[in-house]
Ligand binder design. Sequence first.
Ligand code: ZN
Ligand code: ZN
Ligand code: FE
Length: 765
Amino acid sequence: MPPINKRLHITGIVQGVGFRPTVFNLAGKYQLTGWVLNNAHGVEIELHGAAEQIQAFTQDLRQNPPPLAIIDSFSEEDAPAIPFADFQIRHSEDNASEFLPVSPDLTICPDCERELFDPSNRRFRYPFINCTHCGPRFSIVRGIPYDRPNTSMAGFPLCPDCASEYHDPTNRRFHAQPIACPVCGPHIWYEEGGQLEADRETALQAARSALSSGKILAVKGLGGFHLVCDAQNPQALEELRARKRRSGKPFALMAFNLKVIQKFARVSPEEQKLLTSTVSPIVLLELTPQGKELAKLVAPDQNRLGFMLPYTPLHLLLLEPAPNFPEVLVMTSGNLSEEPIAFTNEDARQRLSNLADGFLLHDRPIHMRVDDSVVSIIDGTPHLQRRARGYAPLPVQLPVSAIPSLACGTELKNTFCLARERYAFVSHHIGDLENQETLTAFEAAISHYERIFRIQPQLLAADLHPDYLASRYARQRAADENLPLVEVQHHHAHIASCMADNGLSHLAQVIGLAFDGTGYGTDGKIWGGEVLLANWGGFERLFHFEYMPLPGGEAAVRKPARMAYSLTLQAGIDPNRFPFRFHHALDAQEQAAIASQIKTGFNTPLTSSLGRLFDGVAALIGLHQQITYEAQNAIALEAIADPDEKVRYDFPLQDGQILVTPAIRAIVRDLEQKVSPGVISARFHNGLTACAVTVSEKVRAQTGLRQVALSGGVWQNKTLIKQTISALNASGFEVLFPRKLPTNDGGVSLGQILVALAVSGNLKE
Ligand code: ZN
Ligand code: ZN
Ligand code: FE
């Protein structure tokens, strides 16, 4: 048999993950000649050799791709039988019309970690050690194809030693774009009061002794700055809260290894797997008795702590155990309150100088800021709460082909989504779009994604809410560029997002339970407890939670005592009948004002939001009367729920409404009978679960549908989602919940784009 030629085209996450070296070595194994190259569409390979050897090569590559690769397509075609002298890695080719996914940033790998602490290695204690299997990717990419000149490593020419590793196909650093060493690469230094104090190893030691003595540092990491301090030093924590203007919100923690985390938290096998994965997100963990003590300091009224492991060499060096060195560090995002995290040295010096006593800096530029991701494991399955480092910008694959389009997302926990062909690129977590700084970060990120994925939107989508900054951006852009804009109802987008996340196409229809905080309704009211019959192209609102007045609007969101007062009035209960705890937070004047607002409707929107119901019920039974961050009261209410309580409150259905007032009356009765808050909380959770099953059964009886999609921020409640999934399963439903994206507003942009594509008739098989 004469030798033949074959061309292979592979798409997906195939660049920056060691694909070409793997191919090179496989070609040697099967004695094939030819070449491999990266282009703007993925990886292309040409093979020359015996047909059976080529077949064996292909099978081997399909079965054993590089571990970090994610292959979306793998095609083969015959090529003219041209011989080659050898097998070569050719220069990357670019074709401006093509595009490909980019790898997320990757946690330091075990080999690099070993070398980092090996005194005989030339990168011993070098904070930027990395290889083909690990290191920065998305945060340093400036363009495609993924090659060093297109990254923020462009300014660090390789020294001869690094260059020889880079060009050696047998080396772990073969074609690893971000590699560096102490001779040629970036370095660290330490500043205090704007003065350079130390550099390299002495900088590290200076930073560590500052942490030991209770100081707060700004540390430049992979995707931005952290504010760092000893997690067990009450003065440091108090100082950090005061400076960051963040009173109650929990802080994320980092420990050197799993063993330290296990002192404070119970770690299941799935949680361990996630903590030690290439993503290394913050994982929310249940507490040990020692962990409960720690939580009092760093995460008041939470029954979980957010822990992560060091994911860069710099973090490993910073946390290395030593006598008198803190074993757990607070690692909270380097920003003031709700601004985006700082990511350039200049930005950090300006914005963080009042927050940090010292700065641990380095000169590897971060091109795109990316926060830490936050995940919790529920029944063995990861649920993303914040999707950023390690996940973004992995695309969601669409079952249909999309025209180039952009969805601008929502106000809180904003992400945007850019779609092209069968890919939807949901951005990393941008933040709450409530200030100019975040809006600027949002616009910069959109331009960056449009550039690296070469998407020039022809269709725009936005939330129906007229005042969201993201919606305004969309309207402005639609006008400037003369583009069609589709405004999408918030909860419709939530459900569509959940559908696509689970691989359902535009042809499917589901029962959608959008249990959420806030979303603008088609009737101008504030929705958030919605039962929808939905597909991508439309929805019917079959049930919703009873409308309740929200006296003072935003004021009642920040002060749930107002909501509690409103709930009692609405339930026909005299707010003075019982010494309700909300009396402490509302003086006679404010109570009178609320009563009048409810009567007249002045500045008092009506809401079916379950988020507000959680807030109000929590305040009613004596939890926070004022909150400092979103969902604080819902988290507090869940934390006290008695797991053994089986009784539930009733949420009866009436004319498409799910009545809330009977449950409020039952709660007040229980309060009067001194039933404990933990039992009341459990009865409330149990009631919502039963209600979710009842409405789903009603819709199934009408439509025959068996798939229930859960989406909305309320489903971050672990107790509620766990018991609801199991009750729905027991009733014969298939339950869908977001898996790749958060269930909160971080997932809405995907739904917006799908709805916009469907209603504008822009989907192709
Ligand atoms: Zn490595
Ligand atoms: Zn070097
Ligand atoms: Fe929402």
